[in-house]
Ligand binder design. Structure first.
Ligand code: G3P
Ligand code: CA
Length: 311
């Protein structure tokens, strides 16, 4: 994979933040991101889920991105197709054997199917019969469906995996943004764009391509020690405008919100869903705690209709 240059200066990253006040801390408006669309109510990462998210008031609609065998960005959370499509029935002979925790399983990687093949899959019936016939959308189709009505919050999923197959996800994302005239902050005020990834390298590579959009560095449990310190946050500020920690990490260390804000980083927490509220009585109450007691700026939720908007 071609190495791309160094990240932007601190001044330029702060400039990006200033150019996008709605998502920045200090702004009073909390930000609602529909996680994979309104995925509690419609099949995740499909056009019906995105459509419902907009109707439920999402500020941004999230898309997880994968790459087909012929190099097309499509919206799907997993790197394989079997959890959310009927690929087992449509392509029974194309499963790959894999070992998961000592157990033999079969997997159908997205990267081994062309877009034309993927278009034959049903991505809705697994969720509910009424969604039978729903297809995996390309990212372009998602953009066309959402544009003008909400922001886009694409996640660069597994860029390292696709790099091994000769695809640079960062370049595909950048080309798509440019083709749609969405590559600059404020390019379409009705369709702001924030990029996100667990891969710091992917975000740095986007910066090296010239991308000045806001970017959220996702932080899972395994990456907490690296990024939650002041030093780690300072490093993140070199390329990202915000952090996106898993919610339990913020619950255990709520001061991270202050540490991030002091450095000018937004805090966007994942994932809030009515089916997993822990000690909270409802997902609305849980989101309200993070947003208004702990002071986070934004949340990813499967239940956009439960977002606790306050004037
Ligand atoms: O992108 C935020 C959140 O969606 C990260 O988790 O696994 O649902 O993509 P995941
Ligand atoms: Ca995601």
């Amino acid at each position: 994979m071609r190495r791309v240059g160094r990240g932007p200066s601190r001044r330029s990253v702060i400039g990006m933040a200033a150019a996008f006040p709605a998502a920045m801390h200090g702004g009073s408006r909390k930000v609602l991101i529909a996680h994979r669309g309104a995925s509690a109510y419609a099949p995740e990462n499909t056009l019906p889920a995105y459509e419902l998210a907009i109707r439920q008031g999402a500020d941004y609609v999230e898309q997880d991105l994968q790459i087909t065998r012929d190099g097309v960005l499509v919206c799907l959370h997993d790197v394989t197709l079997e959890r959310t499509t009927d690929v087992r029935e449509v392509y029974p002979d194309r499963g790959r054997s894999a070992d998961v925790g000592g157990e033999g399983v079969r997997r159908w990687p997205v990267a081994e199917f062309t877009l034309e093949e993927i278009r034959r899959l049903d991505a809705g019936a697994w969720f509910a019969e009424k969604y039978r016939g729903t297809r995996i959308p390309t990212w372009q189709e998602a953009i066309d469906a959402i544009r003008g009505r909400a922001g886009l919050y694409p996640e660069l999923k597994a860029p390292e995996l696709y790099a091994k197959r000769g695809f640079r996800m960062e370049e595909l994302v950048w080309e798509t943004l440019r083709r749609n005239g969405l590559e600059a902050p404020g390019a379409d005020p009705r369709t702001p764009v924030i990029l996100q990834s667990f891969s710091a390298d992917a975000l740095k590579n986007m910066r090296a391509l010239g991308c000045k959009l806001p970017m959220t560095l996702l932080i899972g449990r395994d990456a907490r020690d690296r990024w939650f310190t002041r030093e780690g946050l300072r490093e993140a500020r070199g390329f990202a405008t915000g952090i996106g920690p898993e919610k339990s990490l913020v619950f255990r260390d709520p001061d991270v919100v202050k540490r991030a804000h002091e450095l000018g980083l937004t805090v966007t927490v994942y994932t809030f869903r009515a089916s997993e509220t822990g000690a909270f009585r409802s997902v609305r109450e849980e989101m309200a705690h993070y947003l208004y007691d702990l002071g986070v700026d934004a949340v990813f939720t499967d239940n956009p209709d439960q977002f606790p908007r306050r004037p």
